[in-house]
Design a protein. Structure first.
Length: 309
């Protein structure tokens, strides 16, 4: 007996599929005309996997889209051999002391400093006394390493300065590039940080990591192989333990946005005025160039020659 041909086998297979489609009944909860729920015709589903609740936050940029910088405390003892020639004051006008200008410059840059007598001083904004920048003393028991914005105590290897337009003050940040990096105190970092500060130079995609001292900065930078890049993630569950639970944290985004937008509108108005002035000056210069070009290309006027001499 001859074996069945390929065409005959194909026809039999199509017939069986048609019969199966006709006899298969959809479940009672299927929508009209929905053939994906017919028994034997539904597509293969992915296997069920347990959700890892320890992951993941919301990325703020592409991979390594933020620049990582560092800041630390200014110590008066490091400038003891210099001339004491600069006075600093509180915002109320009280005299704090006279210190080397290099130390005062670093104190203004870093925001917090430790004096030789043990006092901790913090940046307190611009004022009309002394060098134009005022400072205030802090209680070492409450803030031994200074405070950031909203009187938040700075914690080494945890606090970062951010731009509130991108990261709300008080939010926890997970940086995977820091996971496993050895800190100067011998511990391994878990990648969890907290936004406790902000600065005039901290704009857009930048994180300023508080490390307490310049020596700590060198150690951490060496352990990072000087690759100062970060991929921050917000609302990471594994970093919830860093939250302070302050009621103001819920309003930080709105309040910081309001203050920043007020400054932004003023800066935008100045920018528009400057651009209008530039366009006006360009038009004036263009008209002047056209007049000069017309003078050079204009043929000289010939004086009429008198016939009567």
């Amino acid at each position: 007996m001859k074996p069945p041909s390929t065409a005959l086998l194909l026809c039999c297979a199509l017939s069986m599929a048609t019969i199966a489609r006709a006899t298969a009944l959809p479940p009672s909860n299927a929508a009209p005309g929905d053939g994906t729920k017919l028994r034997g015709l539904a597509p293969d589903k992915l296997p069920l996997l347990a959700k890892v609740k320890a992951c993941c936050g919301y990325p703020l940029s592409e991979k390594e889209g933020f620049r990582l910088s560092f800041y630390w405390l200014a110590y008066e003892s490091e400038y003891a051999n210099l001339k004491y020639d600069t006075d600093i004051y509180t915002r109320q006008g009280y005299f704090l002391g006279r210190y080397p200008s290099a130390f005062v410059y670093e104190l203004k840059l870093e925001g917090t400093g430790v004096l030789s007598d043990g006092r901790v001083v913090n940046y307190d904004g611009e004022c009309s006394f002394g060098m134009g920048t005022c400072f205030r003393t802090l209680d070492p028991a409450q803030a031994p390493l200074g405070t950031g914005v909203q009187a938040r105590p700075l914690v080494p290897f945890r606090s970062v300065a951010v731009d509130p337009r991108y990261i709300p003050i008080g939010a926890t940040i997970y940086v995977p590039e820091l996971v496993g990096i050895e800190m100067p105190d011998g511990t391994r970092h878990d990648g969890c940080l907290r936004a406790d500060d902000q600065g005039g130079a901290i704009k857009e995609h930048k994180l300023d990591f508080f490390v307490e001292s310049y020596f700590n900065f060198k150690v951490i930078a060496d352990n990072l192989w000087w690759r100062m890049k970060a991929t921050p993630l917000l609302d990471e569950p594994r970093c919830d333990w860093l939250r302070l639970g302050v009621a103001r944290d819920r309003d930080n985004e709105r309040s910081d946005w309001a203050s920043l937008h007020a400054k932004w509108k003023t800066a935008l108005a100045r920018e528009r005025a400057a651009l209008a002035k530039v366009h006006r000056n360009r038009k004036i210069a263009q008209r002047w160039m056209e007049r000069q070009r017309g003078k050079t290309t204009k043929p000289p006027i010939k004086k009429p020659v008198s016939k009567h001499r």
